[in-house]
Each structure stands twice: as structure tokens, then as C-alpha cells.
Design a protein around this ligand. Structure first.
Ligand SMILES: [Zn+2]
Length: 311
């Protein structure tokens, strides 16, 4: 070797180059083929929610053909708004009752942007609290004196049957709504007997108003798949799921109200007093709903009915 210095420099360059290629393989051995990126998976998150509350959705997936990492995601919220490019988990809130379609898109560290993912559906429900517009207990033992003489509502058997009828202003609702959840809230007064006590909720099928009750007349009630509340005997608010009954009432076009009753044998003494409007402990119904198929939001809050528009 005539020039040892040149040899050493060349050898060092080759060594450096080889180390560099192991560390930065993509530069020394660029992947063949075009630079492509697959879209992410449909975002993950809740399927149902309410207006004006924040819900978080999480994107994942996406694959760069050149092996670059996926660094940023963006969301199409389905309400004509988009998130900024950012983290895989982002939150959003909605202001209308409708089914939204949410999708996401990603980009790799070199800035290549994918197509949109497949969408997920996210339903926003109304939630309303309805107070009984009329209430009365109906007794087959004291006809004519069972309304106005007490500020409690009685259900059960106490030498005769006691039913309680509750009228809710269902007729203010759309003719075609879809029930998501319905729960009847009752305040037990601590003077029941025969606990644990079973109360069932049914649907009133006869037009009923407090002032139209014919005392000592049975009120037609019908239960779809009765729901039962076991009363422990303790006072306090309790909740009875009646989503199936309310759904069926709207399906049948019945808007008369609810009937509380017990199915115990007539020889067994079981009864329970509940708060009434007069006692300041009116039963109330928490109802979550949205317009049925073919309708969009705005019915109850005003606005013309329109075909569902999915974005
Ligand atoms: Zn890339």
C-alpha cells in the first residue's frame, strides 16, 4: 500500500457506512414499491349518548408500506365538523338527537395521509323527566273516597285491592319515537306492610284522567313483560325499569299512563304507600328517546319532521 493514510480513511468510511446502514436501514435499503398507507380501523367508543356531553373515541391501526410509524389521527365527527390532527383518543360533544357516523383518518411520520376508515354509528338520545299530571289510587273497598282523602298512593292488598294510576303527558311526544331507556321513580313512604313487597308496573289501556275515574271500577291494565320492584320497607326513592312497557305503549299508540299493582294472592296482606303530587313526592319518569326510523330530531322541541340524514 503506497498510501497508508488513504487506506485507513477508506476503511473507516466503509466501516462507518456499514454501521450507518444497520441503524438507518430505510435510507440504505429503501423499501421497494410505492409509498402507500392503509386507513385505520373504525374508531372505538360508546354507541349511545346524550346531547352536550363529551364522549371520547379512539382510533387505531393504519399501516405505512414503507414502515413509517403512524403518528397522527383526525376524526370526522359526522356533524360537519372535524377534529384537528392529533392524538389517537379525542373527545367531542353533539347538539342534536340523531344517529351520527364517525370515522377517522391517519398519517405516517412522513406525512402521507390515508383514506377514511369505515364509520361507526353513534346515537344521541333525548332525556326528559316527566312528572305525573294526574295520580290516584283506586280501591275496590272504599269507592268514592280514594282520591282527595290522602296524600299518598297505595298499591297492594289490605282487605281489598289497591291500584295506583299515574297519568303522564305522553301525548306531547312524537307519534313515532324509539325508547332507549325509561325508569319510573317512586318514593316509598315508610308505612308499608308485608315486606319485601312486590310492585309491578303495567300500561293503562283505558282513557284515564283523575277527574274521570269511576270509583270502584276496575281500570284496565295490561303488562307486556311485567317489571317488578321489590320494596324493602325502607323509605326513599326507588327506581323501576319500565323501558319495555313504555316502548310497547308508544308502539300501540297508548298514552294513558301507567298502573302500579301487585299480583299477590288476595288473601295476603301486602301494601305500600308511595308519595304523591299532593305530598310533594310526585312519581316521575326519566325517559330517553329519539325519533323513530324515518324521522330526525326536533319533533318535541319544534321543527318539521324530515327523513333521517346520515352523514
Ligand atoms: Zn410512510
Amino acid at each position: 500500500m503506497k498510501n497508508p493514510v488513504l487506506f485507513i480513511v477508506l476503511a473507516a468510511l466503509i466501516a462507518l457506512s456499514s454501521i450507518s446502514c444497520e441503524e438507518e436501514q430505510n435510507i440504505c435499503n429503501p423499501p421497494s414499491g410505492p409509498h402507500l398507507i392503509n386507513p385505520p380501523y373504525p374508531p372505538a367508543g360508546p354507541t349511545d349518548g346524550y346531547k352536550f356531553e363529551q364522549y371520547t373515541f379512539t382510533a387505531s391501526g393504519g399501516l405505512c408500506s414503507h414502515g413509517h410509524s403512524i403518528t397522527l389521527y383526525r376524526f370526522d365527527w359526522g356533524d360537519s365538523s372535524f377534529s384537528d390532527w392529533g392524538e389517537a383518543s379525542q373527545a367531542h360533544e353533539y347538539d342534536s338527537t340523531i344517529v351520527y357516523q364517525i370515522r377517522t383518518v391517519c398519517q405516517c411520520s412522513e406525512g402521507l395521509i390515508s383514506d377514511w376508515s369505515a364509520p361507526i354509528e353513534f346515537t344521541i338520545w333525548h332525556q326528559d323527566t316527566l312528572y305525573a299530571s294526574s295520580d290516584a289510587y283506586i280501591s275496590d273497598m272504599n269507592p268514592g273516597s280514594n282520591y282527595g282523602g290522602s296524600d299518598t298512593l297505595i298499591v297492594g292488598l289490605m282487605g281489598g285491592r289497591f291500584w295506583t294510576a299515574l297519568n303522564f303527558p305522553f301525548n306531547t311526544f312524537l307519534p313515532d319515537i324509539q325508547i332507549y331507556d325509561a325508569s319510573l321513580h317512586l318514593r316509598a313512604i315508610s308505612s308499608g306492610a308485608g315486606t319485601p313487597f312486590e310492585v309491578r308496573v303495567g300500561m293503562l289501556t283505558t282513557e284515564w284522567e283523575e277527574n274521570l275515574v269511576n270509583w270502584n271500577q276496575y281500570i284496565d291494565g295490561w303488562y307486556f313483560a311485567y317489571h317488578t320492584l321489590w320494596i324493602s320497607g325502607a323509605a326513599g326513592w326507588m327506581e323501576l325499569n319500565c323501558e319495555m312497557e313504555i316502548s310497547e305503549m308508544f308502539n300501540q299508540g297508548w298514552d294513558e299512563g301507567l298502573l302500579l299493582f301487585t299480583s299477590y294472592d288476595i288473601t295476603t296482606t301486602h301494601y305500600q304507600f308511595f308519595g304523591s303530587r299532593e305530598s310533594g313526592n310526585a312519581p316521575y319518569l326519566v325517559l330517553s328517546w329519539r325519533p323513530g326510523e324515518g324521522l330526525v330530531s326536533g319533533g318535541k322541541e319544534g321543527g318539521a319532521l324530515k327523513p333521517v340524514e346520515l352523514k
